[in-house]
Design a protein around this ligand. Structure first.
Ligand SMILES: [Zn+2]
Length: 516
């Protein structure tokens, strides 16, 4: 009876207005803000003029709808999101938007439709609440800054936890931080390095380091995954690290803490592994399929630009809009390998970065759970084949050599059990940091595994130990290429840049092989 009576223009307006307020406040990624939503609704009810109401409602709807797919997927704007945005080019942005679930886009659309409905219904009703209540709403929105002002007599409206205000405040402080970081590393990188050259006799003429992208080791058959997608890693002589974790959950965060020396929490952009190898007599090359990231140089591509010779393949040719297979780097790799003398070659793969079906051009040999997961499994297989190819090139040469492969971070599985099941960047689970690490050299004839805990923070000492460089500042009194336990507790970076113990993170619940 009540509901039938409520189906009047006024009833529908009240309902739509409340629903809109909830959708609007949830769009920024801070969860369901019940109290703020109710007071947003009350504020809207105090508007007498239809024009004012519609302008406020539609402006809010547009802002919320624009951020909603990102907010609901990745949460509020933070340092990591702002960093990615700063160093992302047009094609990467399109891929990023493609990786968001269709449902989130539909919610975004529903915010606009709800805003339009509210505006139309407003003209059919004269329902308003006393204007004095708008003051109550404002007091609620600014309750946090008011409390702070009362406690320590400083009032800043940006301290409000009202979602749209918090959104602006978070975005602004992340933006400021990214710019400060950028200024810092651009200055820092200009300084000369402080590495000391000191190579011992046990060294290799050629060193190849493959930097993998977005690879979770539990999706590799070398680590027990049921689809055979790493035949090379499983059969080649060498060492498989079964407990190596990345330092961070995203490319820039992770690689800056692996490729540069970090002292007292500060990254020294002038002291990269690239320059360390250079200083020890290696001719350095950097071959990347990741592009130089639009107009701005990311701190990762700057490490590449410190090499004696560098190529960013993705920027060079774009015969197909998004598809840019890592194989494109093979001619450059073989050219770099043909160079006489000591050389270190870095290969930055596009690997398994979401959207995986863009990596494989929609191709996969084996269907596994969903199309995107199948492409992901395939992308790992393609990387394995590429590494195998380079391994054969190395074996044909007469030099002594070492080859290392690791990945920058893992991912998490989202929309589990649906046809849309796929991967996303995350820092919630240990699995988001569980990456492969494989190394092999010209003098290894057997397969071995190392299960001692290792971390991306130890990449530089691991490489120096491998090639026999004695650099005092990276010296660790422990053999990293053995099963010796070298650290009690490993730390990882959360996406906001804070450090937490890896052991404090939960594990992601295992996937059932077959979708139910
Ligand atoms: Zn990455």
């Amino acid at each position: 009876m009540f509901f039938r009576n409520a189906i009047t223009p006024t009833g529908m307006f009240v309902f739509a207005n409340i629903a809109f307020s909830f959708l609007f406040n949830s769009a920024f990624g801070y969860g369901l803000a019940v109290v703020y939503s109710l007071f947003t609704s009350i504020l809207l009810f105090t508007f007498k003029s239809q024009i004012t109401y519609s302008v406020v409602c539609m402006s809010g709807a547009i802002i919320a709808a624009l951020y909603c797919p990102i907010g609901l997927t990745f949460g509020p704007p933070d340092l990591n999101a702002m960093t990615s945005m700063t160093y992302t080019d047009k094609t990467e942005t399109i891929e990023f938007l493609l990786s968001i679930s269709i449902w989130k886009w539909l919610i975004s659309l529903s915010i606009i439709l709800m805003g339009i409905s509210c505006s139309l219904l407003k003209s059919k009703t004269s329902f308003v609440v006393p204007r004095i209540l708008s003051i109550v709403s404002f007091i609620t929105f600014f309750s946090m800054p008011i409390k702070a002002a009362y406690n320590d007599s400083t009032f800043s409206p940006l301290d409000s936890h009202y979602p749209p205000i918090r959104f602006v405040s978070d975005a602004f402080s992340a933006y400021k931080q990214v710019n400060a970081d950028k200024e810092f590393y651009e200055q820092n990188v200009k300084m000369s390095d402080e590495w000391i050259s000191n190579t011992n006799d046990h060294t290799y003429d050629t060193l190849i380091i493959f930097i993998g992208e977005s690879v979770r080791r539990d999706f590799m058959s070398a680590y027990g995954f049921p689809v055979n997608n790493t035949p090379f890693m499983q059969s080649a002589p060498g060492i498989t690290f079964t407990n190596y974790i990345s330092s961070g959950p995203a490319t820039v965060l992770s690689l800056t803490h692996s490729l540069y020396r970090v002292k007292n929490g500060l990254i020294e952009y002038n002291n990269s592994i690239v320059r360390l190898l250079s200083r020890n007599g290696y001719y350095t090359s950097w071959i990347s399929n990741q592009g130089v990231f639009g107009s701005a140089d990311s701190p990762v591509s700057l490490a590449g630009k410190q090499a004696d010779d560098y190529h960013f393949v993705k920027n060079g040719s774009s015969n197909k809009f998004l598809y840019s297979p890592d194989d494109k780097m093979l001619p450059l790799l073989s050219e770099a390998l043909a160079r006489k003398g000591k050389k270190a070659i870095f290969v930055h793969l596009m690997g398994s970065h979401p959207v995986a079906c863009v990596r494989t051009n929609d191709h996969y040999d084996t269907f596994y759970r969903s199309k995107e997961v199948s492409c992901y499994v395939q992308s790992i297989k393609n990387t394995d084949a590429l590494i195998s190819n380079v391994y054969e090139m190395l074996r044909k040469g007469s030099d002594t050599w070492a080859m290392v492969y690791f990945a920058d971070h893992g991912l998490k599985v989202v929309d589990k059990g649906t046809v849309e099941e796929r991967f996303q960047h995350a820092d919630q689970y240990q699995n988001n940091y569980d990456v492969p690490m494989f190394l092999t050299t010209s003098d290894m004839a057997e397969k071995k595994t190392i299960s001692a805990p290792r971390s991306g923070f130890e990449l530089i000492p691991l490489i120096t130990q491998l090639v026999g460089i004695n650099e005092p500042s990276t010296y660790v009194n422990c053999n990293l290429i053995s099963d010796e336990i070298c650290n009690d507790e490993r730390m990882v970076l959360k996406k906001d840049g804070t450090l937490i113990p890896y052991s404090s993170l939960p594990r992601e619940e295992a996937l059932l092989t077959f979708r139910l």
